[in-house]
Design a protein around this ligand. Structure first.
Ligand code: NAD
Length: 275
């Protein structure tokens, strides 16, 4: 099967969480398609590879144009600053709000600080990105679009996922409300909802405190345990996806091919959401 080619020449794309995993693959694909890409992340190198080449250098090595802007998406001023930095390249045409973290605990064990941290990054970060990009787009004649990273967790509950599923449900609703409010301004807001993707997500992030539970330990653990086996058994394609397999969904939603698509959650999940 041939690969669909998109042309984003002359466009500027901001990708939060672009140093690693899905964001890295998305940023590279936009770079290959001719866009100027701003990598907005708390780190320059991938989570799992301090020695690995940073995403913006990979894009440049491939003949593209990219810069890294250190950004903590939980701080709305940081997010506004990276959108402001895009003015140097004509302003943001595509805002990809992708940075996110994962933490796991049963509802009754979930610690308040852990809950707040997940919401600060996964929800406030996406809100701040949508707001900053839309404000800038509204101020000029040439609107642009927003693509958020939601999840199968936006609509499908899993044991141990109170913090994460609630945050991704919020991302879905920010996407829908944003789409509704901005539609008449020709700003489309969509989301990709990945299934289980091969990244280091949730396993190796030094910024994440490992104590999720405020020290509350459940004595009688009468709660089913989530396990890898159950998750992979639920994937009709019977395998995890790769970041590269996800990237095309973002380019599609940001492209002219999707010019009448807004408020949509595009599942890229090997069929998980069918069941
Ligand atoms: P990842 O850990 O490989 O990459 C996440 C990136 O976000 C990292 O580069 C990290 O430094 C960055 N980041 C974390 N906190 C940040 C902050 N405060 N400010 C700026 N950047 C920050 O994970 P991934 O799997 O690529 O996840 C990307 C997105 O995809 C997340 O929103 C996640 O919820 C979503 N997602 C992942 C999966 C999966 O199975 N991997 C499934 C569904 C949804």
């Amino acid at each position: 099967m041939g690969e669909l080619q998109y042309d984003f020449s002359g466009e500027t794309v901001v990708v939060t969480g672009g140093a690693s995993g899905i964001g890295r693959a998305v940023a590279r694909r936009f770079g290959d398609a001719g866009a100027t890409v701003l990598i907005a992340d708390i780190r320059e190198h991938p989570v799992d590879g301090a020695e690995s080449t940073p995403t913006h250098e990979l894009i440049e090595d491939n003949g593209g144009r990219a810069i890294f802007v250190e950004t903590d998406v939980s701080d709305p001023d940081d997010v506004a600053a990276v959108v402001e930095a895009s003015r140097e390249f004509g302003g943001v045409d595509v805002m990809v709000n992708n940075a996110g973290i994962y933490r796991e605990a049963s509802l009754i064990e979930t610690g308040t600080a852990a809950f707040d941290q997940v919401f600060a990054i996964n929800v406030r970060g996406v809100f701040a990105g949508c707001r900053a990009a839309a404000r800038q787009m509204l101020a000029r004649d040439d609107p642009g679009c927003i693509v958020n990273t939601a999840s199968i967790s936006s609509e499908y509950a899993q044991v141990g996922h109170t913090m994460y599923d609630a945050s991704k449900g919020a991302v879905m609703m920010i996407t829908r409300v944003g789409a509704l409010e901005l539609a008449k301004h020709d700003i489309r807001v969509n989301a990709v909802a990945p299934g289980v993707i091969e990244t280091t997500f949730g396993t190796d992030n030094p910024e994440i405190e490992q104590t999720n539970t405020d020290g509350f330990i459940l004595e009688s653990a009468d709660i089913p345990e989530i396990g890898e086996q159950k998750v992979s058994a639920d994937i009709p394609m019977d395998r995890m996806g790769t970041p590269d397999e996800l990237a095309g969904s973002y380019l599609f939603l940001a492209s002219e091919a999707a010019s009448y698509v807004t408020g949509h959650l595009l599942y890229a999940d090997g069929g998980y959401s069918i069941l």
